[in-house]
Structure formats: structure tokens, C-alpha cells
Write a protein that binds this ligand. Sequence first.
Ligand SMILES: Nc1ncnc2c1ncn2[C@@H]1O[C@H](COP(=O)(O)OP(=O)(O)OP(=O)(O)O)[C@@H](O)[C@H]1O
Ligand SMILES: O=C(O)c1ccc[n+]([C@@H]2O[C@H](COP(=O)([O-])O)[C@@H](O)[C@H]2O)c1
Length: 229
Amino acid sequence: MGSLKKIGVLGGTFDPPHLGHLKLATHFAKLFELDALLLIPSGHPWQKENVITSASVRLRLTEAAAIDLARAFLYLQIPTRVGIDQIEVDRPGPSYAIDTAKELRQRFGAQANLIWLMGADAFTNLPTWKHWQGLLSLMNFAVASRPEHSLHTELPPALAELLAQHQCQSASELENHACGEIFIDETLAVDVSSTALREQLQNPSTYDLATASIPSHALEIITNLGLYR
Ligand SMILES: Nc1ncnc2c1ncn2[C@@H]1O[C@H](COP(=O)(O)OP(=O)(O)OP(=O)(O)O)[C@@H](O)[C@H]1O
Ligand SMILES: O=C(O)c1ccc[n+]([C@@H]2O[C@H](COP(=O)([O-])O)[C@@H](O)[C@H]2O)c1
């Protein structure tokens, strides 16, 4: 099983993309020696009430951030290929991870190691996702810690049970399985969120502070289109 193709999947609203996303992707690309990393912007993030940026603009922002991510990989000598997938933007209706996971599994085949990358907040929210119990029969999960989102105090019982059944103790254990494993990594601590950045971009006194946490190509689009003002 050592030669499984390893594909990392980072889904998100990306409103806007930021250094937290890039560091999460870089961390796991390096750790798992991913062959490819797919950024998948959510077309219709049904749980986020206040998303005002259109899916097509968020797709453009994500494409731009992917250029910065690929540059970072080159600089850090990480051989992972970076791709964008617009399946969730193209698919009508709410964006459900289970539908995306099914499509990816079909596309890459039963042997591929598909790893859904996520932060602690997404993981603790998992029981609210559609058919979430079905996801682990299609994917692995790699969960990274995130400031303000504890993985210890916020765990709903259903998740604690899931972890008891599926948590693996090492990255290599996950690397050897096509799906069904959860790897928790508590070494990341990047204090950035899209919500905080949108607020900072609206305020002239914190605008510059926000720009430091946004990948440069995405920032160029934000500036040119006057987004988040
Ligand atoms: N700073 C971060 N550290 C670790 N993971 C992160 C970080 N920011 C985002 N993620 C993860 O990236 C994925 C996509 O996140 P998303 O696009 O919703 O960004 P966000 O900053 O969480 O947005 P918002 O503030 O609007 O909720 C999720 O799995 C999320 O947990
Ligand atoms: O499948 C679901 O019901 C579901 C509910 C909420 C979020 N997700 C996915 O989780 C990822 C992060 O979502 P978000 O809302 O934190 O940007 C993104 O890929 C979403 O499509 C999925």
C-alpha cells in the first residue's frame, strides 16, 4: 500500500482565502508527501448565512491563492501539485461534502488515498454535515488545531465515538489507507479567519493589517474589485 496516490482535499468558503488555508495545506502536503492538493471552493455554503461574495468571485480568489500556494511549495521544495476543482461551484443546490467525496472517489478510483484536510472548527461541526457518517467510507480526515477552537472541550459525543473508532496514531497509518482514518494534528496555531479579515478590510485603520494575511494574488483581485469595503 506504500505507493497509494495521495490526494489532499481542502474545501472551504474562501471568503477570502488567507494564510491559515495556505499553512494548513502546506503542513499536510509536507507531512503526508501528497501527490496533489485540490482546493475546492464551496458553491453554496449552506451553513454560512452572511456569505455575500458570489461563488464565481470566490472561485477566482481561490484560483489566485492557488498560484501563491504553488509558489510556496516550489520555494519549500514540496513536490505536491496544486489544483482547483470547481465541482461544488458547478453543482446546483447546497454544497454537501458527501456529494463531492463521492465524485472524487469515482474520479480517482478505489485505490487512491483521499484526505479531507480541515481545521478543528470544521471537525467539531462535522455532525451537522449532510450524511456525515458516510464520509469516512470515502475519505480519510486530517484535522489541524486552530486557535479559539479546542479539540478537547468542544467534542460532541458522536464525534468522540467516531474518534474512538477511527483515530490513527501516526501520519503513516493514515498514509497506508485509502479511507477510514482520522489523524489529529495539534501542532498548527494560525490565528487568522475569513470573518476577522472581512471585518478588518472594512475598516481603514485595520485594512493594512488584514492585507498581511491574504495571499498576494488574491489580494490583487480584492483591491481591483474593491471587495469587502
Ligand atoms: N487558521 C486556520 N487554521 C486551521 N484551519 C483553518 C484555518 N482557517 C481555515 N481553516 C480551515 O479551512 C477550511 C475552510 O475554511 P473557511 O474557508 O471556512 O475559512 P474560515 O476562516 O474558517 O472562514 P469563516 O471565518 O468565514 O468561518 C476549514 O476546514 C477550516 O477549518
Ligand atoms: O456537507 C455538508 O453538509 C457541509 C456543511 C458545512 C461545511 N461543509 C464543507 O466543509 C468545508 C469548510 O466549510 P466552511 O463552511 O467552514 O467554509 C467546505 O468544503 C464545505 O463544503 C460541508
